[in-house]
Design a protein around this ligand. Structure first.
Ligand SMILES: Cc1cc2nc3c(=O)[nH]c(=O)nc-3n(C[C@H](O)[C@H](O)[C@H](O)COP(=O)(O)OP(=O)(O)OC[C@H]3O[C@@H](n4cnc5c(N)ncnc54)[C@H](O)[C@@H]3O)c2cc1C
Length: 367
């Protein structure tokens, strides 16, 4: 890497789903793009529940997003299992069952594939290189190296250095712990709500082998009890061997107000592109990544304003994100009710409303 150029048209900080997708579309547009990531390889270690909706489900969830099949090309090697049912499980353990086409990923393989895809279009990657700060057209690494670019994209997740230093909007982050566990966990993906995960939820997502099981909470609702304790309590319900333990943090306030300042753009988790009502972030980051990448190409080619990225995001994802934010706010309030009320509230009459909340539709059909 010693002969790597220092001056680029575009630098992307972070090569996760958001950054790799920006790079793919910038490179596809024939522009010089460098992705800098602190990890090596990108995608490891695992920090994910690994569930994404199928492409058909994505078309239903995000009807204004075009060409889903071009954007979301998940290779067989990155798929652990396909599922066709989702259970929403109240504290009683008696689930509401919904048809839902999901893909359980091998997330590590998935993120490696996105890097390969972007590389195959001509994007360059510099790994094992932590970005310390960004100023104007300069990107400064922790080891002192400096790179420059006309456009710099912050795609480094919830601790992105551009978001940290140049944006002052704060947001809710939900701490999460999860495990991979061996055993037989059936066919349905499960989301559990109630006092086992105050202000958040727990999940059990069956994989080809074993399951990914996790818990996320809002600390302000946990009465001083730690996430560790909630996680261990939830795991007592399952008795397979734990083969991996992981943790992370999920932005749950929805998108921030502006994604662009001067020649700096934010995308993915750094811009809050997670649907708070269901925690979906991978595919949403890729939707944002494609719009950002295509806008940057137009900007470099004919001077299109980078703010077109925000306009196009709002056209494709505005209503879905708005509904998801409302659902999360209402849901956070409802989920604080005592378990016995939740058990009554999750019933055949409320079943369609619960599904509208989870899938980011207007909760009450009219507003
Ligand atoms: C525990 C957990 C479970 C989740 N489960 C799901 C799920 O089941 N389904 C789903 O859709 N979403 C899930 N999410 C959310 C999803 O993982 C994120 O929304 C998604 O990864 C966002 O992609 P991104 O590219 O914006 O950020 P990331 O995937 O976080 O990628 C950021 C990249 O930036 C790099 N980076 C960070 N800081 C620097 C720096 N200073 N310098 C250089 N590089 C840097 C990192 O190494 C990383 O490669 C989960 C999140 C967590 C934490």
């Amino acid at each position: 890497m010693s002969d790597l150029a220092t001056d680029w048209e575009v630098i992307v900080i972070g090569g996760g789903p958001a950054g790799a997708t920006v790079a793919r579309y910038v490179a596809e547009g024939g522009r010089k793009v460098l992705v800098i990531d602190g990890r090596d390889p990108i995608g490891s270690p695992l920090q994910c529940g690994e569930l994404v909706p199928s492409n058909d489900e994505m078309r239903r969830l995000c009807p204004d997003v075009p060409e889903i099949d071009d954007l979301l090309q998940t290779p067989d090697g990155a798929i652990s299992k396909r599922t066709s049912e989702m259970h929403i499980v109240p504290p009683s353990g008696r689930p509401l069952r919904y048809p839902f086409e999901g893909i359980m990923l091998n997330r590590v393989a998935h993120d490696e594939w996105l890097v390969e895809l972007a590389s195959s279009k001509g994007a360059q990657f510099l790994t094992n290189s932590h970005v310390e700060s960004v100023s104007g057209e300069s990107v400064i690494l922790r080891d002192g190296r400096q790179f420059t670019a006309r456009v710099i994209v912050g795609a480094a997740g919830h601790n992105d250095p551009i978001r940290r230093d140049h944006w002052d909007e704060s947001g809710l982050k939900i701490p999460i712990k999860f495990v991979l566990m061996d055993g037989d966990f059936g066919e349905a993906v499960e989301l559990h709500f109630g006092s086992m995960a105050p202000g958040g939820y727990a999940w059990v997502f069956p994989k080809g082998r074993g399951a990914n099981i996790g818990v996320g909470i809002q600390k302000k609702f946990s009465n001083g009890k730690s996430l560790n304790v909630f996680t261990e309590e939830f795991l007592t319900g399952y008795d397979g061997e734990i083969t991996f333990r992981g943790a992370g943090s999920l932005p749950m306030s929805g998108t921030i107000d502006c994604f662009v300042k001067g020649n700096h753009l934010l995308v993915g988790d750094s811009a809050g592109m997670v649907l708070p009502s269901n925690g979906a972030g991978i595919t949403i980051a890729m939707i944002g990544g494609r719009i950002a990448g295509q806008t940057i190409v137009s900007h470099l080619e004919n001077g299109t304003s980078l703010h077109e990225y925000e306009v196009e995001w709002n056209r494709q994802m505005g209503p879905v994100m708005r509904n998801s934010k409302i659902s999360f706010r209402v849901g956070s309030w409802i989920m604080r009710l005592p378990d016995w009320i939740l058990n009554m509230a999750f019933n055949p009459v409320t079943k369609p409303f619960v599904w509208r909340f989870v899938t980011c539709r207007k909760p009450f059909f009219i507003f």
